[in-house]
Design a binder for this molecule. Structure first.
Ligand SMILES: CC(C)(COP(=O)(O)OP(=O)(O)OC[C@H]1O[C@@H](n2cnc3c(N)ncnc32)[C@H](O)[C@@H]1OP(=O)(O)O)[C@@H](O)C(=O)NCCC(=O)NCCS
Length: 178
């Protein structure tokens, strides 16, 4: 990691940059611009819109965490209450030019800390769009295990984008926070 990272809740005015980072990290313009876990080979179209991100922040100002390095927004992650004591981590994304330096791990750890301390969650859940063995291995090295739940992504893409393969799956992972 370079420099000092500050993590805090996203403000409404951060929505455009959060959207840009998520869409760039997931899809970029092609595989070469999305970072090491991009999905440009699996899905087309944007992952999120500014409107969606604005609604999440507006409805719950403690739902999107952002990481700033020298006042530049470099990463984000969304937290959602799933069930009592279970929180969901989604849309963890680091600006591609800043990846591989420990930022993703640091932001994931901060998301887990907020779920455990602020939200009193005992379990973090997340869903990985597969096949992405390198990303599944990354989460496993950070203590996540598959719950055994996996299902095919529907042909409409379910808001993830436009599927470019018929065999995409959503694989559920979880990790104890206490
Ligand atoms: C997943 C993501 C958040 C990780 O962020 P990051 O800042 O690159 O992650 P870190 O620097 O903390 O970790 C890098 C690790 O990946 C490994 N790595 C780097 N490039 C790799 C590659 N091409 N293949 C496999 N592993 C690789 C590093 O060796 C390092 O491993 P270790 O720390 O476990 O030993 C980031 O890649 C991203 O924004 N991806 C797009 C959005 C996405 O798919 N999010 C997950 C939603 S479920």
């Amino acid at each position: 990691m370079t420099g000092l990272i500050q993590v805090g809740w996203a403000r409404l005015e951060d929505a455009p940059v959060v959207t840009e980072i998520v869409n760039h990290a997931y899809q970029g313009e092609d595989d070469s611009t999305c970072g090491w876990t991009g999905v440009a080979h699996l899905l087309g179209g944007p992952r999120v819109t500014v409107e969606q991100v604005s609604v999440w922040i507006h409805e719950d100002p403690r739902s999107v965490l952002v990481a700033r390095e020298q006042n530049q927004l470099v990463g984000c992650v969304r937290l959602t209450a799933l069930r009592a004591t279970v929180g969901e981590i989604s849309l963890l994304a680091i600006r591609p030019s800043q990846q591989r330096g420990g930022l993703g791990s640091a932001l994931l750890a901060e998301a887990e800390r907020h779920l455990a301390t602020d939200w009193k969650c005992q379990i973090a859940e997340l869903t990985v769009l597969a096949p992405r063995p390198e990303l599944e291995a990354w989460y496993e090295r950070r203590g996540y295990r598959t719950t055994g739940k996996r299902r095919p992504l529907k042909p409409d893409g379910e808001g993830y984008g436009e599927p470019m393969q018929p065999t995409l799956e959503l694989v559920e992972y979880s990790r104890a926070l206490v």
